[in-house]
Ligand binder design. Structure first.
Ligand code: PMP
Length: 435
């Protein structure tokens, strides 16, 4: 009997009772390798003593202080650390409590930015098909407080979608990588022109697409061209690193590898490492200045922003992630994972593509390897693989091809960065068995 409305009502879930390192144990004493870090969250594994101690110390001082009355040393320290480690040009931090909140705040920040600089006519957001940026439904649209809504009218920005960068399926056989990237950039430019050259607020994209595509990086040069298009029309570039950020791909920020300068970056998940719910928007000086020299108030805010215990956990997580050798270990383990998956599953008739970067790898499952035909979504192959993996003591993150009617079943692997070679090999074995 449960009194919780679980996400999947019919599923009987095991009860997690403890976590240590890369393992989670359930009430029946079964151990699971956390091959997905939950949903790419647990970057340091479970039970990290340094993070727990940092939270304890902070709780002894103060557990909660509302940000309309106070700032805290710990939140300021976290912001300083993030700015120091971020790609150049991300100079300020807006703390929030999770990924959806970060995306919601970034969209509102982008919208209000244009109000502050006298371009209130901009009202369109462009994102990509088969993307996921969070679960909130524009709570603001439902609220009846005119003052809170005024600068965001029409309340829900109009959202439009262009093609994702998905070389495995969409790059034509006779097309070079450059030509493919240019075709996608041209599609974005055409969309901006269609909506009006001075009507678009922002383009939103994940540097490496996680939940909906299974660790798909963009082709080289794509984001540089996208940046050029955005600049041509004064459109802000928002990179959503909620899943692929915080070292997941082998660099603290995934966009470092793209050599692109975003205006706004959202982070969450690995930021708190699962120890606390926390996220953040990182923003450029230009955006900060517009607020500081304009109304002086970002018209947004939640009760738990800058939560001291969450900030203490995140500050310690980020400090550990930035230690020498950590990102090199992620890269080395990621390469071992890719090589092992290629060797074990590369020839499987139902494995179409194995891709990713760092400890962020996706396996695309297909009905027919040569034609790349997807399975019938009704078969829910991804969910069956997850179930089989759980029965073998492995957590992997499944995704189905029903979103937006686009291709395929995938499973995502995103284990904690503390993982060791023999555990990587176990993940591969168990996943191969499940598939
Ligand atoms: N953006 C991306 C890229 C995500 O992967 C997710 C979560 N899967 C979110 C936003 C939303 O984050 P949260 O679930 O913490 O609200």
């Amino acid at each position: 009997m449960t009194r919780i409305l679980h996400r999947s009502i019919a599923a009987a879930l095991p009860h997690a009772v403890s976590g240590q390192g890369v393992y989670i144990q359930d009430a029946e004493g079964r151990r699971y390798i956390d091959g997905s870090g939950g949903a790419a969250v647990s970057c340091l594994g479970h039970g990290n003593p340094e993070v727990l101690e940092a939270m304890r110390v902070q709780m002894d001082h103060i557990a909660y202080a509302h940000t309309s009355f106070f700032t805290t040393d710990v939140a300021e320290r976290l912001a300083e650390r993030l700015v120091r480690l971020a790609p150049e040009g991300l100079d300020y931090v807006y703390p929030v409590s999770g990924g959806s909140e970060a995306v919601e705040a970034a969209l509102k920040m982008a919208r209000q930015y244009f109000v502050e600089i006298g371009q209130p006519q901009r009202r369109h957001i462009i994102a990509r098909r088969q993307s996921y940026h969070g679960n909130t439904i524009g709570a603001l649209a439902a609220g009846g407080n005119a003052w809170r809504r005024a600068q965001f009218q029409p309340i829900l920005p109009e959202t439009h979608h262009v093609s994702p960068c998905y070389a495995y399926r969409d790059q034509r056989p006779d097309e070079t990588t450059d030509a493919y990237a240019q075709r996608l950039a041209a599609e974005l430019e055409a969309k901006i022109i269609e909506l009006g050259a001075d009507q678009v607020i922002a383009f939103v994209a994940e540097p490496v697409v996680g939940a909906t595509m299974g660790a798909v990086p963009a082709v080289p040069g794509y984001f540089r061209l996208i940046r050029e298009v955005c600049d041509r029309y004064g459109v802000l570039l928002i990179l959503d690193e909620v899943m692929c950020g915080m070292g997941r791909t082998g660099s603290l920020f995934a966009c470092t590898a793209e050599e692109v300068r975003p205006d706004l970056v959202t982070i969450a998940k690995g930021l708190g490492g699962g120890y606390q719910p926390i996220g953040a928007v990182m923003l450029s000086e230009q955006i900060y200045r517009a607020f500081a020299d304009g109304s002086g108030l970002f018209q947004h805010g939640h009760t738990y922003i800058g939560h001291p215990v969450a900030a203490a956990a995140a500050d310690k997580v980020v400090e550990i992630l930035s230690r020498p050798g950590m990102m090199e270990h992620v890269q080395a383990m990621g390469e071992r994972l890719q090589a092992g998956l290629d060797a074990t599953l590369g020839q499987s008739p139902h494995v179409g593509d194995i891709r990713g970067r760092g400890l962020f790898r996706g396996i695309e499952l297909v009905a027919d390897k040569d034609g790349k035909a997807s399975f019938d979504p009704a078969l829910r192959i991804h969910a069956r693989v997850k179930k089989e993996a759980m029965a073998r003591g492995l957590m992997c993150y499944p995704m189905g091809g029903t979103i937006d009617g686009v291709h395929g079943d995938h499973v995502l692997l995103a284990p904690p960065y503390i993982i060791q070679p023999e555990e990587i090999d176990q993940i591969i074995d168990r996943l191969a068995g499940a598939i």
